[in-house]
Design a protein. Sequence first.
Length: 198
Amino acid sequence: MAKSRLKVPVWFIIIALLIALAGWLGGQYNSLIRLDAEVELGWSEVQTQYQRRSDLIPQLIATVQGSADFESSVLMGVTEARTNWLGSQNDTSTITEQMEASSSFDSAISRLLVTVENYPDLKSSENFLSLQAQLEGTENRVSVSRDDYNADVTDYNKSVRQVPTNIVAAMFSFNEHILFESEEGSEIAPEVEFDFSR
């Protein structure tokens, strides 16, 4: 008895390979879409926490202004940083511009809180203490949301750079996202000068 071989047409093999390739491409594309959406969601959470902090600033400034000899330049700096941050939250601003405005806002708030340490009457004000507690809670949320955003960006960027996903990323214009990094020198406490001659 002769052994019969089952002949599979070449066109069938080619079609099967094309279907497998299309399935793989679709899977990689969907994976990149999911990771990109996580990055966008993470950035949205960062913006939400900055907005929460921004909403506290007018109350904080009003409370601090009650201290007659408080440094007006510090208050102006916080107000200006808040205004710049709010201005960066429009559709035409890039994430980089928004990050720069956020970092400036961070620095201004830090200077304000360092300056407040030298005003014992203000530090003991119940209204100020309440606002300070809310601000500290918000600062923690900002920090966590930035860390989560950076973790999402790192996962996405690794996928965009890894072979063979980088081929799909290049085909469909998936570009790397930037990490949210602190402003250079932000690890150094700001210097605050006081003018007590008034």
